[in-house]
Write a protein that binds this ligand. Structure first.
Ligand code: NCD
Length: 309
């Protein structure tokens, strides 16, 4: 495996290998001295053309704990804001002698395009409305630690599916691992083509959250991505919450201890109530700490010279 652009790049064996290494990396996270020498002398550049808090910082920490030199470049402070093309920016950065580019971009397919221009490892950290493979890996890793084998487990993914790369990567990964998946959204936020994709990939789509929640083994709430919306996808925020929010009232529909996930950033009070975000069964902060371990594992397998498969 040279790049990680999509969950399609991974076999079930690859995923298990990545999770096995992530578990070892997780142990490192608990030590007071968190450095491993594995990527000493390697340089990883985080090239972020879109905002990010946790993805960028967790890639940075992951690289540092593996002793790589990590550098952050964000579009606002780079020559991209002076009109430089994406290709020129990418070629300039790689000409400095880097080993991996971690890329976030608003255009779907950007990471794959970049991988055609350069000879270094490219990791997709979110491309438009397409994929966010390391987020899906850390979500599944978090759930597996809680639930064990995910085969046959029912994972319910709720929210702004149209604009969500997290949903697309998660459906692919969870189905590879044998989980049953139901996706729930209001009709206006249900992606076009979902009927064909759900039939082909073997998952269910619903508009009725209350009907689906009682059979969930895990719930994954997604952010309403207002920055990607042109026009109104729902009448008022209140109406969205009433129909599709994980409200205090809806918590009683869940089986006890059902893990609640959210990739962040959360719109508290819109798609998730504080009572759900802060519930004992909330995995939101576990997702963040697992994120570092999973990204350490991905960087290790891409850069330390060991093939995942
Ligand atoms: C997600 C993203 O950027 O795609 N967040 C993340 O990576 N933690 C989801 C989101 O922005 O809602």
């Amino acid at each position: 495996m040279k790049h990680l652009l999509s969950i399609d790049d991974l076999t079930v064996d690859d995923i298990e290998t990545l999770f096995g290494t992530a578990a070892e990396m997780h142990d490192v996270q608990r030590r007071s001295v968190k450095k491993l020498p594995a990527l000493r002398g390697r340089t990883v550049i985080n090239l972020f053309f879109e905002d990010s808090t946790r993805t960028r910082s967790s890639f940075e920490i992951a690289g540092k704990w593996l002793s790589a030199d990590t550098i952050n470049i964000s579009a606002k402070g780079s020559s991209a804001s002076k009109g430089e093309s994406l290709r020129d920016t990418v070629l300039t950065v790689t000409a400095m002698g880097v080993d991996a580019l971690v890329v976030r971009h608003a255009a779907s397919g950007a990471a794959e395009q970049i991988s055609n221009w350069v000879d270094v490892a490219v990791i997709n950290a979110g491309d438009g409305m397409h994929e966010h493979p390391t987020q899906a890996l850390l979500d599944a890793y978090t759930l597996q630690r809680q639930l064990g084998d995910l085969a046959g487990r029912h994972v319910v993914i709720v929210g702004d599916l149209t604009h969500s790369r997290v949903f697309r990567s998660n459906v692919k990964l969870l189905r590879k691992l044998g989980a049953e998946v139901t996706v729930v959204a209001p009709p206006t936020l249900m992606p076009s083509g979902i009927d064909a994709w759900s039939k082909e990939a073997g998952f269910a789509a619903s508009w009725d959250l209350d009907e689906v929640l009682p059979s969930a083994d895990a719930v994954m709430m997604l952010r309403v991505q207002r920055e990607r919306m042109q026009g109104g996808f729902f009448p008022t925020p209140r109406e969205y919450t009433v129909g599709y929010g994980l409200t205090r009232g809806r918590l009683s529909l869940l089986k006890p201890d059902t893990p609640i996930c959210h990739p962040g950033p959360m719109n508290r009070g819109l798609e998730i109530a504080p009572e759900a975000a802060d519930a004992a069964s909330s995995k939101v902060l576990d997702q963040v700490s697992s994120g570092v371990a999973v990204r350490m594992s991905v960087l290790y397998h891409l850069l330390a010279g060991e093939e995942v498969a």
